[in-house]
Structures are given as C-alpha cells and as structure tokens.
Design a binder for this molecule. Structure first.
Ligand code: ATP
Length: 297
C-alpha cells in the first residue's frame, strides 16, 4: 500500500468544544510524499518499521504503541476475528511534522488488513473505523482534495482540477500536535466557536490559478507554531524571498510548505533551500490518491 502525506490548504480552528476537541473547517490535500506499508499472512502479529537516514531511530513507536497496531485491533474487533499478519512500514513522511504520517499508515493498514483477512468491510464502515483512530484518518483513506469539518473527520471531496507543486521542509525535531493546540488556546482565548470558513480557498482551487491559491492559503495554527518555534517564521520568510509564491506552516507544524508555480520552480526552490542549511527538502505535487493498493500477490 502507498499512503500519502497531507497538507492543510485551509485550517480554521474554533474554540474547544465541550468534549475538548477543537472544531475545524479544513481543506486537506494529499501530496506525493508516501509511506509504504506491506502486509503478509502470518500465524502471529508483528510490525516492523524502516526509517530513512534523516529520521531519529526512536521517532516511531513500536511494539503496541504504533497507530497501525490500534488500526489492526479495531478492525479485528469490528469483525470478531483474530489479529494476525506480518506488517512492515517504510517511512518517508516526516514524523510529528503536521503531515499526518501516522494517520496515513493507519488508513493503509485498514485497507491492507481488510484485504488480507478477506473481510470486505464497506467504505462507510472503514470511514467510521478511521474516524475512531484519529481526526485525519478518514481523509487519508479518501485522498485528493477534501473539505473536513467536525474535528476534521467528516470529509467531502471538493473540485480541484489543478496540479499544485509544493516544496516541503521538515524539521529535525517534531512538534506534538496537542502542544500546538494548547498554545493556540493560550494565545487566542477569545477564538470564536465557529472556525473561519474555507470559501475563499475553495474558490481559489476551483479557478486553478496558483496566485489565487497563494493568496487564499490559511492556517490558524501557524501563529502558535511560530511562537513555539520562531525559526519557522524565519524559514517561511527565507522561502518567500527565494521565490516561493507563499510559505505556510503545515497543519500544526513544524514542517513548512512552499507553493511553487511549476515542477521546475519547485525543484529549483528545493535546491536553493537545501543549500541553506536544511538537510531535508522535498518537492511534491498534489492532489494525489489516498491510501491505495500498489501490488498484490
Ligand atoms: P497530525 O498532523 O495528524 O497531527 P503529525 O503528522 O503531526 O500528525 P504523526 O507523524 O502522525 O504526526 O505522528 C504523531 C505521533 O504519533 C508521533 O509522535 C509518534 O509517536 C506516534 N505514532 C504512532 N504510530 C506512528 C506511525 N506509524 N508513524 C508515525 N508516528 C506514529
């Protein structure tokens, strides 16, 4: 299975609800930066993870705490079957980077194990299980470009016929999402209960005009992420000075994304930023498909 990272083109965040979750109006886009997940038949259950050189060895939890274990438990319990299989994840999506890598792996695991165990789970049930695993997991199943409401788990595909090019700059150190939300609550204690709507963003992507998209990108968590990590503000300025149409913190950060006008523009900006002290700089296009099967034997 291939499982793409996401960025949030619009992230409107409201004051926390009674259940503690923040209401969101968000527009997700799946981008061409992928974790790969393989599942094989086995008598027991095992999970292995391979990390690229640039990730810390202990970045991803193993043995029970991985979101893929939780996805497997949930699917097995839903059908009353035993959890078995040999699952392997090759990570490439920055961890705790605001790109929903864990959610992508969970979505891929649901689809792979459903197939491996011959369960034939309906799409509605898969989306329901995904929402129990995390707010971003239903979108990871869907992919493309989609509007997310509720706490982000209620997703609807939106019209997006463009191909957008992004430069993605991960940080060496992750920034836990809950910490960014706590900081947002401190900085914006007067946040409205209804998040900022995504109308301007939706209009911009429907036009296919890159400058219109650059103007409409919006992230309510950006100020909190930059306040916690001032170097992110400097990175965004640096990317825009180097020619990005717009720089933005991705979701809760600390990954930053830069909108470019073309694939060539993205490659040249990526080269420019990698020469400026950022060891990992990636170029990716979007929208791409959600978690999907690549080969089956
Ligand atoms: P989001 O944007 O959905 O909040 P994120 O991109 O900031 O998520 P993830 O990479 O999904 O963050 O990881 C968040 C935490 O989940 C990590 O710190 C890690 O400890 C834990 N985790 C559990 N399973 C995984 C996995 N398969 N891949 C990455 N992280 C995982």
């Amino acid at each position: 299975m291939r499982a793409p990272a996401k960025i949030n083109l619009h992230l409107g965040v409201g004051a926390p609800r009674e259940d503690g979750y923040h209401p969101l109006v968000t527009v997700y886009q799946a981008v061409g930066l992928y974790d790969d997940l393989t599942a094989r038949q086995a008598a027991d259950w095992s999970l292995g993870v391979n990390l690229p050189d640039w990730m810390d060895d202990d970045a991803v939890p193993l043995a029970g705490d991985n979101i893929v274990d939780r996805a497997a438990d949930l699917l097995a319990a839903h059908h009353g079957v035993e959890r078995t299989g040999e699952v392997h994840i090759a990570k490439a999506i920055p961890v705790a980077g605001g790109m929903a890598g864990g959610s992508a792996d969970a979505a891929a695991a649901l689809v792979a194990l459903d197939r491996l165990w011959g369960l034939g789970t309906t799409d509605d049930d898969l989306l329901g299980l995904a929402a129990q695993l995390g707010s971003d997991v239903p979108f990871a199943l869907l992919g493309g470009t989609a509007l997310g409401v509720g706490r982000g788990e209620l997703v609807t595909p939106v019209d997006d016929r463009g191909t957008w090019w992004w430069v993605v700059v991960p940080s060496d150190t992750g920034l836990p999402t809950p910490e960014v939300y706590r900081h947002f609550d401190k900085m914006f204690s007067d946040a409205p209960s209804q998040p900022v709507p995504a109308d301007a963003l939706l209009e911009a992507i429907a036009t296919g005009d890159t400058w219109a998209l650059a103007d409409a990108l919006h992230n309510d968590l950006e100020a909190a992420a930059i306040d916690l990590r001032p170097e992110l503000g400097r990175l965004i300025e640096r990317g825009e000075e180097a020619g990005a149409l717009r720089g933005l913190v991705s979701g809760s950060g600390p990954t930053c994304v830069f909108l470019c006008g073309s694939a060539d523009h993205a490659r040249s900006l990526a080269a420019d930023l990698s020469g400026a002290g950022h060891p990992v700089v990636l170029a990716a296009n979007g929208p791409v498909a959600g978690a999907h099967l690549v080969s089956y034997a």
